[in-house]
Design a binder for this molecule. Structure first.
Ligand code: IYT
Ligand code: CU
Ligand code: CU
Length: 256
């Protein structure tokens, strides 16, 4: 952790390169097609373990033909003497079909604007879930430096049940879900990121650089092998009506 700040494992059909390593920050990215996040590690974070009988499905017809590991280095002074890097992940692979398939449900805001100096701006995201039952077991939050707290919920019959809540200033790894719940057809998945515009002199928008912001809530789940959907996402703003009932904890910053 003194060398690598965080690592993200992506699955893709066509990566930018198929050998060695490359700089993904400049003209080259990670995947030529849509990248799928599969795992994230960040300093001091406990490892995320897949529950028993759960695996990510790769190769075959999954469109995941390559793993791409993205490492963000925190301190590279150890390499000045041409020392070799040995940061990485170990994956356990099996050709035996698993009873449950792991997947990621990505909730992201695409249109939040954070006015400069304004102390509280909420980014709300919500979608009705329309697939076969899924079982969340871990979550990850992601914002850049203006994020205060990010929370995700299942809303069923008007009742809000927390899936996860975290400060995006803590290591952005996958943490165990707060509650063991199922998500069924007709439930609503809702997430909120709370931002501050303090310290900025211009409006901050969603974008790729560190002066832009992002609002992401990732749910890692498993589904029955026979009807699994391994990647889903939600980019809709929830209605103000729905978010009137969000638990007040969603606005309470987490001390870091
Ligand atoms: C604009 C935005 O919010 N980008 C996020 C979410 C995102 C992830 C993936 C968007 C797309 C993806 O294919 I995977 I399109 C974003 O870039 N998040 C970063 C990583 O790329 C995962 C993060 O650290 O959460
Ligand atoms: Cu980093
Ligand atoms: Cu980001």
């Amino acid at each position: 952790m003194d060398t690598a700040h965080h690592m993200i494992l992506y699955g893709c059909k066509t990566p930018y390169a198929t050998q060695g390593y490359w700089d993904c920050g400049r003209e080259l990215g990670t995947c030529r097609d849509q990248a799928k996040i599969m795992y994230a590690w960040a300093r001091n974070a406990p490892p995320t373990k897949l529950p028993k009988d759960v695996g990510f499905k790769v190769a075959g017809d999954t469109r995941i033909n390559y793993f791409v590991l993205q490492i963000h280095y925190g301190d590279v002074t150890g390499f000045r003497d041409h020392h070799k890097d040995c940061s990485g992940l170990s994956l356990r692979m099996t050709s035996k079909p698993q009873p449950f398939i792991a997947g990621i449900y990505l909730m992201m805001s695409v249109d939040t604007l954070i006015p400069p100096g304004k102390t509280v701006t909420n980014a709300d995201i919500a979608c009705t879930y329309t697939s076969s039952p899924m079982y969340p077991f871990a979550f990850r939050t992601h914002t850049h430096s203006l994020g205060k707290v990010v929370s995700g919920y299942r809303v069923r019959n008007g009742q809000w049940t927390q899936i996860g809540r975290q400060s995006p200033l803590l290591p952005q790894a996958f943490y165990p879900a707060t509650n063991t719940i199922d998500v069924k057809n007709g439930d609503i998945l809702a997430a909120r990121c709370v931002f501050t515009g303090e310290g900025r002199t211009t409006t901050t928008q969603i974008g790729g650089t560190s002066s832009d912001e992002m609002c992401n809530f990732y749910i890692m789940y498993y589904m029955d092998n026979t009807r699994a959907v391994p990647y889903m996402n939600c980019r809709d703003d929830g209605s103000a009506e729905l978010f009137k009932n969000i638990p007040s904890e969603a606005s309470v910053p987490i001390p870091v």
